[in-house]
Design a protein around this ligand. Structure first.
Ligand SMILES: Cc1ncc(COP(=O)(O)O)c(C=O)c1O
Length: 363
């Protein structure tokens, strides 16, 4: 059996290191924020090449607090990809703004920058590119549009730890970059957690205040904040795993290269990697009109696969109130019916990858 992802494998590999890091926090008596969170924030900011990182409770909160810190709220429109995980849209709705979907580039599945300009109105305040599947979005044209129309750019990097855009790591291109460390992510904690990175000191300070009941000084509350602090136990786990992230990403790259090479002559549409992109390979997503057959072949061979994502946000009941016609975003709709994610991860062996190739290639 080859599971889609073995969540326990990273813990088993690093058990001694992780156990001692967790014990360090338990022994310290410091259970909310404090030195462990600050150390992870400094290390994560340095890794991403950003001036600041702020640890938060999860990736959705990271997006919400980023938008709040940039004064995005009721009456504003925010450009989002039509093809994304629903959290991107939910963050916009949570601050009272309206998500305005833009279709993907059919080759990369990421937001098509050439379609963004026509979606901009006087109410547009922000663009949220998503580095979906760990494939960097094409940031330069998006940043140019943002400058032209005075918009802010909030990146959803929940799937892109260690990915590079034009040789520079994701983490400091836009105004704020939002991270999830959900256990299945490339850098995953042992529970929920998240962060933002930014080069803007004003934004980092504001998010620190908002995550802590809107307070910078104990019992003095200047904004309607929330409690969304990165747990120090999770920070300690993340510090251990961060040392291994690049090695793990290299292994993902080897698996992706094998899939690209050996599935090249099949009727599967493989990921397109532009020459400016160095993906983190969070997911290896193939596309085929015969998805059911492919998934059945994999299941028969004992191989797990998943669909990211089967229902696009605009077709979810949660967004029924926006009255977006399903066929008004045909690319998002088609991708939802044709994509399938093959197993990939730091603990999938090359033999297992070969078994995936055999099952996926042969009808
Ligand atoms: C693209 C994307 N955005 C946002 C999120 C939300 O992150 P979290 O689950 O940590 O809230 C996720 C992951 O779940 C995601 O994949």
């Amino acid at each position: 059996m080859i599971p889609f992802l073995d969540l326990g494998a990273a813990y088993r590999e690093l058990k001694t290191e992780i156990d001692s890091a967790v014990m360090r926090v338990l022994d310290s008596g410091w259970y909310v924020l404090g030195p462990e969170v600050e150390a992870f924030e400094a290390e994560w900011a340095a890794y991403c090449g950003a001036d600041h990182a702020v640890g938060l409770a999860n990736g959705l909160d990271a997006l919400i607090l980023a938008l709040r810190a940039l004064d995005v709220g009721p009456g504003h429109e925010v450009i989002v990809p039509s093809n994304t995980y629903i959290a991107t849209w939910l963050a916009v709705s949570s601050v009272g703004a309206t998500p305005v979907p833009v279709e993907p580039d059919p080759a990369t599945h990421n937001i098509d920058h050439s379609r963004i300009e026509s979606a901009i109105t006087p109410r547009t305040k922000a663009i949220i590119p998503v580095h979906l599947y760990g494939q960097p979005a094409d940031m330069d044209p998006i940043l140019a549009l943002a400058r032209k129309y005075e918009l802010v750019v909030v990146e959803d990097a929940a799937q892109a730890h260690g990915a590079r855009y034009r040789s520079r790591r994701i983490g400091g291109h836009g105004d704020v970059v939002c991270w999830s460390f959900y256990p299945g992510k490339n850098l995953g904690a042992l529970g929920d957690s998240g962060a933002i990175t930014t080069n803007r000191t004003d934004v980092a300070d504001r998010i620190k205040m908002l995550r802590n009941y809107g307070s910078r000084e104990k019992y003095v509350n200047e904004a309607l904040g929330v409690n969304s602090r990165l747990d120090p136990v999770q920070a300690a786990v993340l510090r251990v795993k961060l040392h291994h992230l690049d090695r793990w990403t290299d292994h993902r790259r080897c698996i992706a290269a094998a899939y690209m090479d050996k599935l090249n002559n099949t009727d599967l549409i493989l990921p397109h990697v532009p020459d400016w992109a160095d993906p983190a390979w969070h997911l290896f997503v193939v596309r085929t009109a015969a998805r059911e057959d492919l998934q059945q072949r994999l299941t028969k061979a004992g191989i797990g696969s998943l669909i990211h994502y089967p229902i696009p946000p605009h077709m979810q009941q949660a967004y029924a109130g926006m009255m977006i016609r399903p066929d008004s975003l045909p690319l998002a709709r088609t991708l939802a019916s044709e994509v399938l994610s093959l197993p990939i991860g730091p603990h999938l062996t090359m033999d297992q990858a070969q078994a995936v190739i055999n099952a996926a290639a042969h009808k």
